[in-house]
Design a protein around this ligand. Structure first.
Ligand SMILES: [Zn+2]
Length: 236
């Protein structure tokens, strides 16, 4: 099987038929954990057999992912894990820079014991994943920290947007981050939580912006040519 061609990765023993939501979640998670890489073909028929579901159901899940820009569909060629361009990558960070400070302020102003506990529990999970060097879990949990903060902030539009944006960030990191997967720095999540616990939305927002700068800064967005330089290739 060609390396980039699909999905033995999704094929844990699946005993019952999957709903389209379950298929959606499994693919979403595989992308979040970097098991499915940008540009991977998602063949309907194979997915249908993997998930023991009809092709219509698979299509339903893929359509939802396509709506969120996580999957792309091409006439006659089928479905592929999205491959965000450099421009899209920059757009993702621009959008996150607008939304996430607002999430921080909103969350800092509405902290409760439950929210503190939820954030603490998440940080512990991240710490444990790092301790045992579970790379998949580290990547997934890093992204989920941001989704959790948005969910706790309690604005459903923020939550929905951020879920999309953090998955796209995952794809962007995979595409443009040279050899090392620099996901979120753990200490920055911790510092954000400290500020949130103090009800200090401004500091949390400031650290969040620095944090996003660090993630974007770890990407190699400048040296990647969008299109092959044909003159360079043929005329020199
Ligand atoms: Zn982060």
């Amino acid at each position: 099987m060609p390396k980039n061609s699909v999905l033995p990765l999704l094929n844990d023993t699946q005993s019952t038929d999957s709903t389209s939501d379950e298929i959606y979640e499994r693919i979403y998670l595989a992308i979040l954990e970097h098991r499915l890489t940008p540009g991977t073909k998602l063949a309907e028929e194979r997915l249908a057999s993997i998930f023991k579901a009809s092709r219509a159901r698979v299509r339903e899940a893929l359509s939802k992912l396509a709506y969120e820009q996580i999957v792309e569909v091409f006439p006659k060629r089928g479905w592929f894990v999205a491959k965000p361009s450099v421009e899209q990558a920059r757009d993702v960070f621009e959008a996150r820079r607008l939304i996430e400070p607002a999430v921080m302020r909103r969350l800092a102003n509405s902290m409760t014991e439950e929210k503190r506990a939820a954030l603490k529990e998440h940080l512990n999970k991240e710490m444990n994943a790092r301790k045992v060097e579970d790379k998949r879990a580290i990547i997934r949990l890093s992204g989920e920290f941001h989704n959790l903060a948005a969910a706790l902030a309690g604005n459903s539009s923020f939550t929905r947007s951020l879920r999309e944006l953090s998955t796209l960030t995952c794809l962007v990191i995979l595409l443009y981050n040279a050899p090392i997967v620099a996901s979120c720095r753990a200490d920055e999540h911790e510092r954000i939580v400290v500020a949130l616990n103090q009800g200090d939305g401004e500091t949390a927002a400031k650290i969040m912006l620095e944090h996003l700068d660090h993630i974007e800064g770890s990407l190699d967005l400048d040296s990647t040519e969008e299109e092959a330089d044909l003159e360079e290739i043929f005329l020199r």
